[in-house]
Design a protein around this ligand. Structure first.
Ligand code: F3S
Ligand code: F3S
Ligand code: ZN
Length: 144
């Protein structure tokens, strides 16, 4: 978990309607089998300032706003089907196992913190536990 006071942005909850706004969130990338929307686009944080990152939303049914995610890790702890892995620590799950990023480094410039990645999105059973546990509401689950 990253200390919120050390971040230079204020996480804004994911837009729960992102799937029905293709103009605002076009699919413009792909990552280990899942879609990325709004990658590279300037978006605003919870204070109305541009996010320092332009990572967009990863996943479709299991959607995570990567500009909002602060590597809390709760989602990786609670998922019963291990949908998630740490993006920058592949193969690792769980709170505290995120890659620690040095401030000012190249990775920090791009990511700020590690991010949770739905590498097994198709295994989601829509229990919603991850959506509930995330302290910054970075996750939107959309059952089929
Ligand atoms: Fe796991 Fe979240 Fe789906 S906890 S089963 S990814 S709703
Ligand atoms: Fe990120 Fe929230 Fe999971 S901050 S690591 S999506 S619990
Ligand atoms: Zn991804």
């Amino acid at each position: 978990m990253v200390d919120l006071s050390e971040l230079d942005f204020k996480p804004k909850p994911i837009d729960r309607d992102f799937l029905s706004k293709p103009d605002e969130y076009p699919v413009n990338g792909e990552h280990v089998g899942h879609a990325i929307r709004a990658q590279g686009q300037e978006r605003l944080d919870n204070e109305g300032k541009p996010y320092p990152t332009k990572l967009g939303i990863h996943g479709t049914e299991v959607g995570v706003d990567w500009d909002c995610c602060i590597a809390d890790g709760g989602c990786l702890d609670v998922c019963p089907t291990q949908v998630y892995e740490w993006a920058l620590n592949p193969g690792q799950i769980g709170t505290g196992n995120d890659r620690k990023i040095e401030k000012g480094s190249e990775e920090w410039n791009i990511y700020r913190t590690d991010k949770t990645d739905m590498v097994r999105e198709k295994d989601c059973i829509f229990c919603m536990a991850c959506e509930v546990v995330c302290p910054v509401q970075a996750i939107k689950i959309t059952p089929p």
